[in-house]
Design a protein around this ligand. Sequence first.
Ligand SMILES: Nc1ncnc2c1ncn2[C@@H]1O[C@H](COP(=O)(O)OP(=O)(O)OP(=O)(O)O)[C@@H](O)[C@H]1O
Length: 670
Amino acid sequence: MEYDLKVLKINKNKIEQLNELSIYTVKDLVQHYPYRFEEMLETPLHDESKVIIEAQLIDEPKIFYKGRFSRLTFHVNYHEEPLTITIFNRHFLKKNMQVGMMLTIIGKYSASKKAITASDLKLKNLKEISGITPVYSLKEGLTQKSFQGYVNKALNFYKGHIANIIPLYLCQKYHLIDKEDALFKIHQPQTRSDVISALRYLKYEEFFKFQMTMQYIKQNRTQNIGISKLIDKEKVTHFIEKLPFQLTDDQKKVIDDILIDLTSQKLMYRFVQGDVGSGKTVVAAISLYANYLAGYQGAMMAPTEILALQHYQSLKKMFKKYKINIALLTGHLSQKEKNDIYQQLENGQIDIIIGTHALFQEKVQYNQLGLVITDEQHRFGVEQRKALKDKGNKVDFLVMTATPIPRTLAISLYGDMDVSTIKTLPNGRKKVITKFIKGTSMRPILKDLKDYLLKGGQCYVVCPLVNESEAITGRNASDISKAMAQYFKGQYEVGLVHGQMSDEEKNKIMNAFKENKIQILVSTTVIEVGVDVSNANMMVIYNAERFGLSQLHQLRGRVGRSKEQGYCYLLSEATHSEQKERLEFLENHHDGFEVSEYDLKIRGPGDLLGQKQSGLPTFMIGDIFKDYHILEITRKDAFEAMNQHQDDEKIIKLLSEIKNNLIKNNEYID
Ligand SMILES: Nc1ncnc2c1ncn2[C@@H]1O[C@H](COP(=O)(O)OP(=O)(O)OP(=O)(O)O)[C@@H](O)[C@H]1O
């Protein structure tokens, strides 16, 4: 049951402050878990470090005042040695301090002065205060102590009514404690092992629920009969044979998977991940062609206008000799142009439509939509997916992403989809020569750059900032482009592209670069995903330490996309050894899956995909990277639960809760 915070008799003003932390119900309060724990354990005296000690007061404390500030100084006996203790603004403690009493002192130790500058002082011995204290992430107005008080109220309110969600056989298998016990232990731990056993239960429960949701969605979908499409496979084979290159084995395998999906009764719901430059566009094109041959319209949605335009141009080129009507719909067409496209989509004149979010606006009606492909799953939420699916009756759905994640993680996270992976790069593709160069000057690589330009190549220069910033240090694209334009005046054209420009401006510059009217393109990370200019094979990245490793791999993937040798220079003043190691790792590793695995190991959450923006599910207590073995185990357990324990009382209850949640959050897709 969901209870409003009012039942806990918390005052209105405090309830508002709790609301700011997205805490609205008693359950929310109990689920606002500590983000760390502080342990009060005696530490040895190490010079210039934080120490916690227990010692005996040996003299009367003295108070000194200076303006509004006070200083309390006294001496203690610590293992037969006197130490001087100073603490600021605690003059009021003096009245309760008697010579001979035991004190606990927390502060910074100076060996030369034999003194501690204390940050906290307790008039008790350590034993009385030792233990483990949860620390919560809070907002202004709430103290740790008051928050702990509210949580305690919430726990007592629920006590005796907290039921286990996990079925008994799983609790027994993993020796999980009860849910009620886990909640008490996470908020009121006595020992470290309390925290460990509480976390084990709570993480397992959170991931298990997630995996059950995935299984539920998947099962629901499989029961849903799709349209078995009739595809002239000979024509598909003929199209493949006419391509200017041989497909890689992975491309062939994915295409086979997709063709099976399209022709089967099952609705396709497939997630294709491939390394940068592994050739996903042609896979999309073949799928769209197969769908077209079966008599259906296809839609391909890209996250940016630059990419939509690029896909449109590549598809137009690939289908030049075919009578397929391909159109581009973006937000920047005139109203008349848009209306024409709407009409042609509705009456079935357009076979394949490429575009951005504009593709699923309400006005857009399809005649016979059969396949939707979205590029970069991470930027499209459930809402958009639903909107697009609503455009057609039983539409097959393909999601492509260029941000590789280890397959096990992909299966665990996208458990409601079938996952295909394109790992191999096209034949003859050379590894991008990657060099980490210390500093932020282009001087050390200028000769390489000039030689390369002289041979007719084009180059990307990536900067972390658009303009000069006072807050952040780093090279900015505007200044760099001006400096380069000046330097190469009369020899080469320099262009500038960044996210603050209008789409029209961006497209103009990108097209000029594609047509080699611009030889040096200075940019921010707007070129990160998907841009494909095969004559541009050199990239210089300023302040490389400022980018995530997977992001650098994405950026580097813009070069070396043909048989030409690609070069990527990582300019960085990285001082931390960890930063250097990461850049050196990129020098020696070229496989996106390896890069993401390394990221996963050393950096944990955040860096791999930028979790928040990525559309990856967020968890309250489990960490998809650090705890991914639990994610994996729960996937198997959820599968088993769905198929072998569907009569278990707890499973029945959980599934009904899952369904209600999906409906409530408007995420229920039939
Ligand atoms: N089997 C192949 N053999 C040779 N070249 C190929 C093959 N498949 C694709 N290509 C070419 O490789 C280049 C990269 O392909 P594509 O743009 O589809 O990559 P991608 O997987 O979308 O990569 P990214 O995610 O980095 O954009 C294109 O120029 C494409 O024509």
